[in-house]
Design a protein around this ligand. Structure first.
Ligand SMILES: [Zn+2]
Length: 417
């Protein structure tokens, strides 16, 4: 009897004290499911996911859950999404996708392949006046257009040149971005793989876009009260993602960022069971993939003074298996970074912490800019990283290796900082 009681207590202690991989996987799977359509800004995907998270935080036993609404303008692609090249059907999300700020495009177009090796803008503009290239799609490698962006901005303007639009090639698997979707350009821009358009003479496109003004989104904020209220720790992760590309296709975003969102849900559950010394906030941001809109809104309208944040942990894309953990740290967070390195060494969690240059690439940035001590944790260049912002970042390709070491790293940090 006594033995059983001890065993029971031991098991209970294990359960209470540790990360919860089963719970974690359940949340990743749910957020990546078709129900949320890639947690985008149309079809209510992101907002449905937000409502699910509200419930999930409550179930985790936190003291308070609030929603912080904000709005964005955003270009979306939820209608027709068809393309063929010389009569051959191309696959959306695999052979082609849209530039986030592209308008819709309908019709058949000749293709003008830019001679990038012997590039002469005068020849290009003269060629575009020829009848066979009237209303054509100009195609070249994306980086070439970037290097010659003064020429290409002339091509983009309606009065600058008579081309109908652009096909920019980018290596497979084709990616889709959303960060600059708050406006729409004059002419359409299509991402294509080089193989999809190699040597083709014409393409047809049937693509709808819809520009949404003042589209309503919300951050989900859960709070676990500590013994002290004068300072707090903040865990953040964005739960929105790229949403739809056409009617059927969606970007599930298992790594980006169901993986980080699930981590802060299980951290909330952990601290709800183990009362912390300081107040703890768990913020699931929306609008991140539309250029950090939710975190920027929060940083401008914080529900707790930013000076009271002892440390902020932004977890974005930890669904990977690189034994070296990438991170970025704000200037004010550098003292804490020494402790992170110490803990990591002592506990043998990751092979190393690889600290990169601070950049506006995730939700820690609006806080770093405002002097908040913070760290950004993202597991890069493992097996899942190749699928970043592609339709293949889904439950089937989900990787869980980094969850436990990240969990241990941040909880141990809170104990010692
Ligand atoms: Zn992203």
């Amino acid at each position: 009897m006594k033995k059983i009681a001890i065993l029971f207590l031991f098991l209970a202690a294990l359960q209470l004290g540790a990360q919860d991989l089963t719970h974690y996987k359940k949340v990743v799977k749910e957020l990546s499911s078709a129900k949320y359509q890639g947690r985008g800004y149309a079809r209510d995907g992101a907002n449905k996911a937000g409502k699910y998270l509200e419930k999930e935080f409550r179930k985790a036993g936190v003291d308070q859950v609030t929603c912080q609404p904000f709005t964005i303008d955003i270009n979306t692609f939820c209608g027709k999404m068809k393309m063929s090249a010389d009569g051959k059907k191309l696959k959306a999300g695999v052979d082609f996708s849209m530039r986030e700020y592209s308008p819709g495009v309908h019709g058949q177009f000749p293709v003008y392949h830019i001679d990038t090796l012997n590039f002469d803008p005068d020849v290009l503009f003269a060629d575009l006046e020829k009848p066979e290239y009237r209303n054509c799609m100009v195609t070249c490698e994306y980086m070439f257009s970037y290097r010659n962006r003064d020429v290409f901005s002339r091509l983009q303007s309606k009065d600058g040149a008579p081309n109908a639009g652009f096909l920019y090639t980018w290596t497979s698997p084709i990616k889709f971005y959303k960060a600059y979707g708050h406006y729409v350009t004059d002419k359409p821009i299509v991402w294509v793989t080089p193989e999809a358009v190699e040597g083709v003479k014409s393409v047809s496109l049937d693509v709808d876009n819809q520009f949404l003004e003042d589209y309503a989104l919300f951050n989900v904020i859960a709070k676990v009260e500590g013994e002290r209220h004068d300072s707090c720790y903040v865990f953040t992760a964005h739960y929105d993602h790229l949403g739809n590309l056409g009617r059927r296709l969606y970007y599930a975003g298992a790594n980006d960022n169901a993986s980080g969102t699930a981590a802060i849900v299980t951290l909330a559950a952990h601290y709800a069971k183990h009362r912390p010394m300081y107040d703890m906030y768990f913020i699931a941001f929306s609008g991140e993939d539309a250029n950090l809109r939710g975190s920027e809104f929060f940083a401008q309208n914080p529900i707790v003074p930013l000076e009271q944040i002892k440390y902020l942990f932004n977890i974005d894309m930890i669904g990977d298996n690189n034994p070296v953990q990438y991170c970025e740290v704000s200037d004010q967070g550098m003292k804490g970074f020494e402790l992170f390195e110490k803990i990591n060494g002592e506990k043998g969690l990751f092979k190393a912490l690889d600290r990169g240059e601070l950049a506006a690439n995730s939700d820690h940035y609006p806080f770093a800019e405002r002097g908040v001590p913070c760290i950004f944790l993202e597991n890069q260049e493992g097996d899942a990283f190749q699928y970043y912002h592609t339709v293949f970042d889904n439950w089937k390709h989900a990787v869980f290796d980094s969850y436990e070491p990240v969990f241990k790293l941040v909880t141990e940090f809170v104990d010692r900082y």
